[in-house]
Design a protein around this ligand. Sequence first.
Ligand code: ATP
Length: 453
Amino acid sequence: MASRAVIKTSMTDRDRMEKIVSLAKRRGFIFPGSELYGGLAGTWDYGPLGTELKTIVRNEWRRRFVLGRTDMVQIESAILMNARVWKASGHLESFTDPMVDCRQCKARFRADKIDLAAACPQCGARDFTGARPFNMMFKTFIGPVEDSAAQIYLRPETAQGMFTNFKAVLDTMRPKLPFGIAQIGKAFRNEITPGNFIFRSREFEQMEIEYFIRPADWEAQFEAWLKEMRGWIASLGLDAARVHEREVAAEDLAHYSKRTVDIDYDFPFGREELYGIAYRTDFDLGQHAQESGADLGYFDEAAKERFVPHVIEPTFGLDRTVLALLLEHYQEEGAKDGTRVVLKFPPRIAPVKVAVFPLLANKPQLVERARGIFERLQGWRRAMGEGLVAWDDRGNIGKRYFSQDEIGTPWCVTVDFQTLEDGTVTVRDRDSAEQERVAEPDLVALFEERLKA
Ligand code: ATP
């Protein structure tokens, strides 16, 4: 088949966002949280394809930053932590956003995210209260007594788990500086105004690294990690023209940071933070040493000196990564046979790696042969630990291709009558829409080769 004439259709930013939200729901990537009961603001459930996409992103991140290095260990700390952790880290005191209320309609807003001189976006009144700090940590109680002594918090970041386990990691694994502790896990923030789909939710996932260094090395390490982050972003296929590094001004730095660079992405709703990197000095280890009374120092054998390491923290939001991937790779192409929607994920990232079709569903020989190929390919993905194989025998082949394009499946394998004669199948490529004939035993090697590209 000749490759199709491709005309990219134009889309407004708003359209793009709406289309992504609708596609995500329709095709099983992301559903509104608790929808059966009318929803729960700021929460989202990942469906089968979204879960696979997240799994692949987590694995890629782990392969790159943990398995691919000799200076990194990974942990999983508890979401519930002793409340003193948050006293020491400064979150109890200052993990706040400024909040204003509209006196007329009672709607609440983040004071730094709306124009207070303008009308209320909800009711049009011009009657805001003054801004006051609102602590974003979710409170809960541990044990059966609901009094202030039992009050704890859901962690608002994974980072503190690395600091509170620093000594345990040091004592058990004996790493030498510089080294990092990585963690992937859920974080919770009672955002005043969640929104923009999964960009700002109340429950989300972070992939964070606390990289412990000698204080004198901080500038070089900061640059090295910024470079690592750029490499990661490029590996996701995000267009560098849409990614912007923003030096956070001294007066806007978080209480623990001496330097922060936010890595922003041009989302349809504006240029907003995707990731961040901060030089946290020895603030956290110092605070925990003081609050707990433990010695959180490191003994440098070579220099025969003991000191509290400093920290560079690259932080990556998993949900914002998923959103950027969906937005970046969503394309509509006008074709003679209708608009084709394609998620042009890099094949490594695609949740479904390959789809298998029998040309005709009512020919048992074709179905049986295709089923065998489907199962063998599934065995291949099972061994890899990620990436789905789809089966489709509905409608005509054209419709099946369109359906796979929409979820970003890089290759479709069709078993036809020629397969029964010579053992070859057609492999159709998502991006070029070209088909080639491949001998069935060569399929896995072909896909592995292309996944490396
Ligand atoms: P923002 O300024 O957008 O509120 P932040 O500066 O508070 O973000 P950090 O505290 O640096 O964010 O959190 C680290 C990462 O966690 C962010 O770069 C982002 O990817 C992710 N993240 C933070 N808050 C949310 C949220 N409410 N929903 C989804 N991801 C989030």
